[in-house]
Design a protein around this ligand. Structure first.
Ligand SMILES: [Zn+2]
Length: 58
């Protein structure tokens, strides 16, 4: 059991996906990816909500 985030679930044309044991572990990985791959330096509250709603348990 864990949590999974797929970039395409927030509407990005991107094949990135990440799995972790907890949401707390997932967020920093997503932040690094957003910065490196998409040039997003700051996750706005709006984007954060979008990211959170795209995180799924598996
Ligand atoms: Zn991406």
């Amino acid at each position: 059991m864990g949590y999974e985030f797929k970039c395409k679930d927030i509407g990005m044309d991107c094949g990135f996906d990440v799995k972790a044991d907890s949401v707390d572990e997932l967020i920093p990985v997503i932040q690094v990816h957003a910065k490196n791959a998409h040039g997003i330096n700051e996750i706005t509250p709006e984007l954060f909500e979008k990211v959170k709603s795209a995180i799924k348990e598996y």
